[in-house]
Design a binder for this molecule. Structure first.
Ligand code: ADP
Ligand code: MG
Length: 694
């Protein structure tokens, strides 16, 4: 039998394959490009392309594509076959270095937020050699960045790579100050835990809201929800287990390190976590994982829902972004060390993250802002929309001791001097008890928990990388020119703790008191995408991205527009779907049932003079619901029509937040009420019971 070790990575043009297929000098140059970003000339590119093609063809590929991540949030690909005609009427299979390095998709239909007027339609894709090419659906996929001819990024990969570079540059400056001359580069890594729902495909097909919006717009709660906690880590059902086995196999073939799988809190909800890798590759892999989850589910007669809030009343799905930074020789800079010097360095990196999260709370919130995720944040199932950090009691105690020059109670009761004393050991376990924190230190990494399940993790990591690079830059600027390094270091760490203590919160993030306390502390609380997104263009943020060459002003403006456009479009599609379902499915069904009940009352009354209490109650209740439903659906439709009158996207998104979303809730209220009285066989689509407990 074929074992996992046999087929792991068999569809990836990885290091092993490169070694086998490339002449050793070409391999050496390519490796240097991958590891150190050295440039690569066309003759080398030609050799690499030839090897990739031979390998791909021998694995059944007929096409190639530049695989990229436009701002739609999903991946894009345009397939070209390798075939080229020959003079004798036959074909040969061709793939050149030029085709490997650069592609020109017809870019006019990808969102650009006004960067590239549609008539120009000029964008190009550029090979990212740091992420391995792979085969999917008989097509050689080459991970690429996507840019306008004027140089602006039109994708998520380009700024992510830029942010990794910025972080690398500043982190190396700090390491040199600590006497580290060995490390050649510093890379951020991430392990994203991915949540999702699986539902039956036949049921799914019967619901327009799931098909058009990815979430249910109606549905009264089942008698049973998640209250018994019997699903979390529960036994995996055979049908789901078969899906997971198939999914793992597909992912492993693509070299994706799928590791952990389990049932989640809500019924029909599950999670998959890979082993962490660099933010660039992890992002590519997470995009692939989401795509393959949906494909594999389809093969099993299931549908994989990645929406952040597919069902009301049970938990939605998120993604935990486990982030750390390490040197190329494998030293995790967020891991407390053994010596006083290592500890001081750890504390400095820790402080850099604390400062970054506090200074750029808004960017972290923005990075997870979508219409879908707005339903989830702060709904007692996910962190609130307020960004705060959890460090755990021990670490907090240490920071407190440093800040106030007082002995740390856990250690030998000495006043902590950085560079002199060893940090007291704190057990890793105790750092990971607070599941409600948006940004938690978990022993040797930070877990950013606000991401929605459908989000690309690129945005969150761009923000974290850049914000931390900025803290490190400020530290390095200061420390590079001081006479007494240790003194200055101590003072700076102390100052960071004092200045940014407000962002640290070890309590329950779901507690309503926290909202008030956070406000008193001056922390931001942007409840919706419409609220937070415009702040992407705040002066301090523009300056940050410009200084680290991650985004230009034009790029930021375009992204802000695209995200708001996306928000508006998403909600408007939902509103229209809702109106349609009410008018053409729900009201007719309820009317039919009411009519039948009323007819029964007439029959019974004339037959034996029965008082017909049941019929009277039901007909009265449903008539009221139907009238209210009709009235509110009409109102929703007219509000939806009015949305097209807005020229300015910010005004439009505010309108959608203030008028459309609340009206949608009104409509839903009456529909869900009607569902409770209407006989099941009359209800026009599967209910929550059918969907969640299949
Ligand atoms: P859990 O959060 O369920 O307790 P872990 O924290 O061990 O599980 O792991 C969750 C994710 O964090 C996994 O994807 C794992 O690979 C990743 N992870 C573990 N260590 C690191 C690290 N140093 N840097 C980044 N991610 C990490
Ligand atoms: Mg975790």
């Amino acid at each position: 039998m074929e074992t996992v070790t046999d087929y792991f990575g068999c569809l990836v043009f990885d290091d092993k394959v490169m070694k086998k297929y490339l002449p050793s000098d070409v391999y050496g140059i390519l490796k240097k490009t991958i590891d150190e970003g050295a440039s690569l000339d066309i003759s080398v590119a030609n050799a690499v392309a030839g090897a990739m093609k031979d390998w791909a063809i021998s694995n059944g590929a007929t096409h190639y594509t530049h695989w990229f991540q436009p701002l739609t949030g999903v991946t894009a690909e345009k397939h070209d076959s390798f075939i080229a005609p020959t003079a004798d009427g036959k074909i040969i299979m061709e793939f050149s270095g030029k085709e490997l390095i650069k592609g020109e998709p017809d870019a006019s239909s990808f969102p650009s937020g006004g960067i590239r007027a549609t008539f120009e339609a000029r964008g190009y894709t550029a090979w990212d050699p740091t992420s391995f090419a792979f085969i999917k659906d008989n097509t050689l996929c080459i991970p690429t960045a996507f840019c306008a001819y004027t140089g602006e990024a039109l994708d998520k990969k380009t700024p992510l790579l830029r942010s990794m570079q910025a972080l690398n540059k500043q982190a190396l400056r700090i390491l040199r100050l600590f006497g580290n001359t060995k490390a050649k580069c510093v890379r951020p890594s991430v392990g994203p835990e991915q949540e999702y729902f699986l539902i039956d495909k036949e049921q799914y097909k019967k619901r327009k809201d799931l098909i058009f919006c990815g979430r249910t717009l109606f549905g009264s709660s089942s008698a049973k929800g998640q209250e018994l906690d019997d699903h979390y880590f529960g036994v995996i059902k055979p049908r789901v287990a078969a899906f997971m086995a198939d999914l793992n196999k597909e992912l492993w073939k693509l070299g994706i390190l799928a590791k952990t799988e389990h049932n989640e809190v809500a019924p029909s909800q599950h999670e998959l976590a890979p082993i962490y890798t660099t933010t660039n590759i992890a992002t590519d892999h997470n995009q692939l994982t989401m795509e393959i989850m949906q494909k594999v589910a389809d093969r099993h007669g299931l549908v994989c829902l990645l929406h952040e809030k597919p069902f009301e009343g049970v938990n939605g799905s998120g993604k935990h972004n486990n982030w750390s930074i390490a040197t190329d020789d494998g030293v995790n800079l967020l891991s407390p060390g053994e010596t006083p010097y290592e500890n001081a360095q750890f504390l400095l990196f820790l402080c850099a993250v604390i400062k970054a999260v506090d200074d750029y709370q808004d960017l972290l919130r923005i990075s997870v802002a979508t219409a879908g995720n707005d339903h989830r944040l702060g709904a007692n199932e996910a962190p609130p929309a307020i960004v705060s950090m959890f460090l755990g009691e021990e670490l907090d105690g240490i920071l407190d001791a440093i800040e106030n020059d007082k002995p740390y109670s856990g250690a030998e009761k000495t006043v902590m001097r950085l560079g002199v004393h060893v940090l007291p050991k704190f057990p890793k376990d105790t750092t990971d008890r607070n599941r409600t924190s948006p940004f938690a230190f978990t022993g040797n990494k930070f877990e950013f928990r606000m991401l929605g399940s459908a989000n690309s993790i690129a945005c969150a990591n761009i923000m974290i990388n850049t914000a931390v690079a900025e803290s490190l830059k400020i530290y390095a600027d200061r420390l590079e020119n001081v006479e007494n390094f240790e003194e200055a270091l101590h003072a700076m760490i102390k100052k960071t703790i004092t200045d940014h203590r407000r962002i640290i919160f070890n309590g329950n993030g779901y507690d309503e008191h926290w909202v008030k306390e956070a406000e008193a502390r001056g922390l931001l609380n942007y409840k919706t995408t419409a609220d937070c997104m415009p702040h992407l263009l705040d002066e301090k943020n523009v300056a940050l991205f410009a200084s680290h060459k991650v985004f230009s002003l034009v790029e930021l403006e375009s992204r802000c527009d695209i995200m708001l456009e996306n928000y508006c479009k998403t909600v408007l599609i939902e509103a229209k779907t809702m109106t349609d379902m009410v008018n053409r499915q729900i009201i007719p069904a309820v009317e039919k049932f009411t009519g039948d009940v009323a007819a029964m009352a007439l029959t019974k009354a004339s037959f034996c003079g029965a008082p017909c209490k049941y019929e009277n109650t039901v007909v009265a209740a449903l008539s009221k619901d139907v009238d209210a439903l009709c009235e509110n659906a009409v109102k929703l439709a007219s509000l939806t029509d009015k949305a097209s009158e807005f020229g300015n996207i910010r005004d439009k998104s505010a309108y959608i937040r203030d008028e459309i979303l609340p009206q949608m809730e009104e409509v839903r209220k009456y529909a869900d009420e009607a569902e409770k009285y209407t006989a099941k066989e009359y209800w026009p689509f599967p209910t929550y019971d059918d969907l969640l407990f299949y």
